[in-house]
Design a protein around this ligand. Structure first.
Ligand code: ADP
Ligand code: MG
Length: 620
């Protein structure tokens, strides 16, 4: 049999390599930015069109390339950064594989312009799918400009698999953040479709973080500094009360390279133990410096995961330095971000004289008894005075997802400072105590009798469904009613958040929001949808941003639907909220007026039924 093995032609090999190096426009952005940094640039400009699908251009003022180097840079395994295998253990450049430019040139239209300082003229090279189309001398400033057009033009399958512009841009911005955060000593600018998204002057690290993530970030940063023999840590962690619902503000850099490490992330989380709620994520921007010999960055092609020689020690040092910082800046002991309002002294108490605390066991207390019994015993003022604090302490253990106790309702009349106003979505008319057909169980489920037996409804999910359908209607009919705010509300956001909000602006307006200004990392709101209390606005928008960010990897992203879902989620009555019989009834009726009452907007069951037969079976 004849021999069948052949060496692949270069352009095929390059295309295959490109599959590994270039997954999406953001991968190109990363490679080009890193090359600019390796070239010693002090100013780097990133220009993007159509989320990188049409154009990605990086212009730097670095050392540039000679004619020969310019030509060679597109060859595979052509690099100026390592010379021997030994060098692999002391890498201090971003790139070293010599693969990026060859890979990119295999799958796009590339134009390189480059000039070294001492040269009169620079070099222009144009390549399409690994084929050199043009090379000439050109007038160009010192440094390098590399444009990548029509990415994946020759691999239609890859091109078709690119996600929406929102998604691809999101990935590009993520890469940009990572690089810009690691190099506050370099000026960065980013433009998308002609408008400037970021302009980051040379600054200290704190300013760089703030310039990227918005002015409101400043107050939440706590510095972390530590230097030991094996590890130097510098940077910031976020105060616990600013923990986010997404992991979008978690950054580790090792020797100025962004890395992901579940293990080190765990170290940080454990430093925050007891300080933040489950499901929230602390922000951190931490630079770790270690001896390059003690890490192996060669284990992952896109190089965001690295291996440390002594992970355990790093873990311990990191955890204790973060803990120390949180403690030193008086954050740990305060612990009041989730403070129960019941701990605050209500205004009414001011005029009451202090009484010696007494311990009293209410032997007649019966948790299953109707509310009225409690108010009855409140007849004598001294009893009620002692009873109240007892109730408050009790509710301390109830926490946010309060299951609610009978006594809790007793205090609803006392207005505490800074108590969040609860949206009452139903007309409060407590006089009308109709014959009760619904019951609330554990402030979570509404039980209602139906012909065949009984129905149990999840109040939070049911209300989400009701609100969701309402918002969807407003969004499609575009006739939402707004309520004017007495004073305009100004909210600050980072540029990334602004970018997302900008895309949702029109839809938000259709739900009833009125914006009087929408620029420079801040929006001013003069009107909100009728059923949205002013105090909830920032929460709704933050939730929305976090929902969009999380939804991003999903290709069937629909802004309208997401907005309706997100707002419904934020505004729906929560588990733990007690409802009057009238509210319960209203909830049941509104749910069954919905088009799809049986599931929540996120496809979870809203109610179940149990027939008398089911009960009969249980009672045999
Ligand atoms: P690597 O960065 O791994 O060396 P690349 O394919 O990214 O591989 O780049 C190949 C070579 O081209 C680099 O080693 C460098 O010498 C040169 N080069 C690439 N981009 C630039 C730039 N912006 N300025 C100067 N030289 C560059
Ligand atoms: Mg490179």
């Amino acid at each position: 049999m004849s021999d069948i093995i052949q060496l692949l032609p270069d352009h095929v090999a390059n295309q295959i390599a490109a599959g590994e190096v270039v997954q999406r426009p953001a991968s190109v952005v990363k490679e080009l930015l890193e090359n600019a940094i390796d070239a010693g640039a002090s100013s780097i400009k990133l220009i993007i069109k159509d989320a990188g699908k049409t154009l990605i251009q990086v212009i730097d003022d670095g050392k540039g390339m000679s004619v020969t180097d310019a030509r060679l840079s597109f060859e595979r395994h052509a690099t100026s950064k390592i010379r021997s295998a030994e060098d692999l253990f002391s890498i201090n450049t971003k790139g070293f594989r010599g693969e990026a430019l060859a890979s990119i040139a295999a799958i796009a239209h590339v134009e390189l312009k480059t000039k070294q300082e001492q040269d009169e003229l620079g070099t222009l090279i144009e390549i399409e799918g690994s084929t050199i189309k043009n090379q000439e001398m050109t007038v160009t400033p010192k440094g390098t400009s590399l444009s990548v057009k029509n990415l994946f033009f020759n691999i239609p399958a890859r091109r078709n698999f690119l996600k929406s512009n929102t998604v691809e841009l999101r990935h590009i911005i993520d890469e940009f953040h990572r690089v810009a955060l690691a190099h506050p000593d370099i000026t960065f600018a980013m433009f998308h479709n002609g408008s400037e998204n970021f302009n980051l002057p040379v600054s200290n690290y704190r300013q760089r973080v703030v310039n990227i993530f918005g002015g409101k970030t400043n107050e939440k940063l706590v510095p972390v500094e530590e230097e030991t023999e094996v590890l130097k840590i510098s940077g910031f962690v976020g105060k616990p009360e600013f923990a986010k619902r997404t992991k979008s503000e978690q950054f580790f850099f090792v020797n100025n390279r962004f890395i992901k490490s579940a293990y080190l992330n765990h170290a940080i989380n454990s430093a925050y133990e007891g300080l933040i709620k489950d499901g929230s994520h602390p922000s951190y921007f931490l630079n770790l410096t270690v001896d390059p010999k003690t890490i192996d960055i060669n284990i992952h092609p896109t190089k965001t995961e690295i291996k440390f020689d002594d992970e355990h020690t790093l873990y311990a040092i990191l955890r204790s330095s973060v803990k120390h910082s949180l403690g030193q800046f008086n954050i740990a002991p305060v612990l009041d971000f989730e403070r129960d309002n019941n701990l605050d002294t209500p205004y009414d108490y001011k005029n009451k004289h202090a009484s010696t605390p007494t311990v009293e066991v209410d032997r007649s207390f019966n948790p299953f008894q109707e509310d009225k019994s409690v108010s009855k015993s409140a007849g004598s003022s001294s009893t009620s005075y002692r009873k109240e604090p007892a109730g408050q302490w009790e509710s301390l253990y109830v926490g946010l997802e309060s299951k609610g106790t009978k006594t809790e309702r007793n205090f609803s009349e006392v207005e505490y400072e800074s108590q969040p106003e609860h949206t009452s979505l139903f007309t409060e008319d407590k006089q009308v105590e109709s014959a009760q057909t619904t019951y609330q169980l554990h402030n979570k489920y509404i039980i209602s009798t139906i012909k065949s037996g009984m129905m149990i409804l999840d109040q939070h999910r049911a209300h989400q469904r009701i609100l969701y359908e309402g918002f969807l209607k407003h969004l499609t009919v575009k006739e939402a009613v707004s309520q004017q705010l007495l004073f305009p509300l100004t909210l600050e956001f980072s540029s990334t958040e602004m970018e997302l909000l900008q895309q949702l602006k029109e839809d938000l307006e259709h739900t009833g929001f009125i914006f009087s200004s929408f620029k420079d990392k801040a929006i001013e709101i003069t009107g909100v949808p009728v059923n949205v209390p002013e105090s909830e606005v920032s929460i709704i928008l933050e939730q929305l941003i976090s929902d969009v960010e999380q939804e991003v990897p999903d290709s069937n992203f629909s802004a309208t639907d997401l907005l309706a879902k997100s707002m419904a989620k934020s505004l729906a009555i929560k588990t733990g909220q007690s409802l009057t019989p009238l509210e319960q009834e209203h909830l049941v009726n509104s749910l069954f007026a919905c088009k799809e009452p049986s599931v929540s907007p996120t496809n979870r069951v809203t109610f179940i039924t149990m027939s008398v037969d089911d009960f009969d079976k249980k009672f045999v």
